[in-house]
Design a protein around this ligand. Structure first.
Ligand code: NAP
Length: 312
């Protein structure tokens, strides 16, 4: 199949392109950068140069490429994962999700694309008992920034799924880890953990669903080839509370144990979103992805070979 990837040069785009090529697909990669376009050509990928905020140039590029499928992986997230950096990036990230994403979708429709997949988020399921599934709505009552993002994402998901004459697939990914992510050994969170700047908040009851970036790419290719229109949660087998995964992550990095701070201190120092992620987040079930996409995620790498992990 001829597949156009928007966000092709980002953390998920890079392994996704490699997987698509390995499966024999013709890949078109959207980028704003002529230098990246050159590197993509050398990799065997057809580059399409356009900024997603330039709707006319984008339509021209997508119509020229004539893909059968579009995969949208756009973000404007920072390389660092702190309250400050996420707040600073929030406006542009929302704009790229809404306006950039809408432009890519319109360009795909203009080009007569059959199937459209887009990135979404697995870890904003409304709090409740057990794991969230594909029917679980996103948490519109969460902490302010999470609630605002959940509203944006809910609207975007609904718009895609209601678009006529297009097979829309939403991929709600868990927390990315692995090369090029915040949780790689050279990533920003690892750096914060080494500095003891990434604490357990309260009792550390927030449940995180993890996803290796290579598994994200493999699942995305499977959904592209044989997914059914609708939503898929793409996450690992073992959602874990912060009080379990964070000490194991620190030990795996040979870092000191993470500090623990009260909810009140976290609210004061880092705000309500830090409390949401640390104490309220709900894990996600991957049962549908396993059933329909034969998804087989690898075990979380730092839970395999640390003493903290073995004791948990
Ligand atoms: N579920 C998760 O946990 C999750 C999800 C997403 C991201 N993240 C984290 O966020 C960090 C950064 O994410 P990332 O890799 O997605 O960001 P990134 O490296 O900045 O990549 C963003 C992608 O979007 C494209 N893009 C951005 N603005 C564009 C525009 N105006 N027009 C066209 N293309 C545009 C970029 O293309 P060009 O620059 O080539 O034009 C690039 O391919 C990573 O550490 C990752 O772990 C986590």
């Amino acid at each position: 199949m001829k597949i156009l990837v928007a966000g092709a040069t980002g953390a998920i785009g890079r392994p996704l392109i490699a997987q698509l090529l390995a499966q024999g697909h013709d890949v078109v990669a959207l980028t704003r950068s002529p230098e990246r376009a050159k590197a993509l050509t050398e990799q065997g990928v057809e580059p399409a140069i356009a900024d997603v905020f330039d709707a006319d140039a984008l339509i021209a590029a997508v119509v020229r490429a004539q893909p059968e499928v579009v995969i949208e992986q756009l973000t404007a997230l920072p390389k660092t994962y702190t309250g400050e950096s996420m707040s600073a990036a929030a406006a542009l990230n929302t704009r790229i999700r809404k306006e950039g994403g809408a432009n890519v979708l319109a360009a795909a429709q203009a080009a007569g694309v059959r199937r459209y997949l887009r990135q979404s988020i697995a870890f904003w399921g409304v709090p409740g008992t057990g794991l969230a599934d594909e029917q679980t709505p996103l948490s519109l009552d969460a902490s302010p920034a999470v609630a605002a993002d959940a509203r944006t994402v809910t609207e975007i998901e609904r718009h895609l799924l209601e678009t006529p004459n297009l097979e829309g697939i939403i991929l709600r990914y868990g927390f990315f880890y692995g090369p090029g992510t915040w949780f790689a050994p050279d990533g920003d969170v690892a750096h914060q953990v080494r500095q003891q700047q990434f604490p357990i908040v309260g009792n550390g009851e927030g449940v995180w669903s993890w996803l290796h970036i290579e598994d994200a790419a493999i699942a995305t290719v499977a959904a592209t080839e044989r997914g059914n229109p609708g939503i898929y949660l793409i996450a690992g087998d073992r959602p874990l509370e912060v009080r379990v995964w964070l000490p194991a992550f620190a030990q795996w990095l040979n870092a000191p144990p993470p500090p623990q701070i009260s909810v009140a201190d976290a609210l004061r120092m880092s705000g309500a979103d830090a409390v949401y992620y640390g104490t309220q987040m709900r894990g996600a079930s991957n049962a549908k992805a396993k059933r329909e996409l034969n998804f087989q995620p690898r075990p979380l790498e730092w839970m395999v070979d640390t003493a903290v992990a073995r004791a948990s």
